[in-house]
Design a protein around this ligand. Structure first.
Ligand SMILES: CC(C)(COP(=O)(O)OP(=O)(O)OC[C@H]1O[C@@H](n2cnc3c(N)ncnc32)[C@H](O)[C@@H]1OP(=O)(O)O)[C@@H](O)C(=O)NCCC(=O)NCCS
Length: 112
């Protein structure tokens, strides 16, 4: 998890003020990272990644982090939030749909 956080927070457009880490008993167990996507209008925020360590999954940690982040984005003047998720990630899709996200676009990827 620390490697992911280091990598995401090294982006020049990373928004530390809109990103969170869940910490229990001095252990980091989950995070949500927000970035400024220059391709998006100022009215829209961009959640770049959410992650929870395996032993803490399915206990509402990602829901709590995402809800907190959405509140902060709203307070920052955003009324829309975009994120990307792989179609083969039903857990993440379930999380986002439960929080009210809708699919606006799907994109194909080809490998040889
Ligand atoms: C996706 C991820 C962040 C979910 O974290 P979490 O803390 O377990 O999520 P929550 O406990 O808040 O789950 C909320 C809801 O999302 C859905 N969900 C979460 N994980 C799921 C899974 N593995 N399978 C199906 N639905 C799942 C469920 O609807 C769940 O509610 P429920 O437990 O009451 O059924 C976590 O599995 C993870 O870190 N995965 C690896 C990284 C990743 O894929 N990140 C998303 C990239 S876009």
């Amino acid at each position: 998890m620390e490697k992911w956080v280091d990598w995401l927070s090294s982006s020049p457009t990373f928004r530390p003020d809109l990103s969170y880490i869940a910490n229990i008993n001095n252990r980091n167990i989950g995070f949500i990272a927000t970035d400024n996507d220059p391709a998006l209008p100022d009215t829209h925020g961009f959640i770049i990644q959410v992650g929870v360590i395996p032993e803490w999954r399915r206990r509402g940690i990602a829901s709590m982090l995402t809800t907190r982040c959405l509140e902060a984005l709203h307070a920052d003047g955003k009324y829309g939030v975009i994120l990307h998720v792989n179609q083969n990630n039903p857990g993440a899709i379930g999380l986002y749909e439960r929080l009210g996200f809708k699919t606006v676009r799907t994109r194909g990827a080809f490998e040889k």
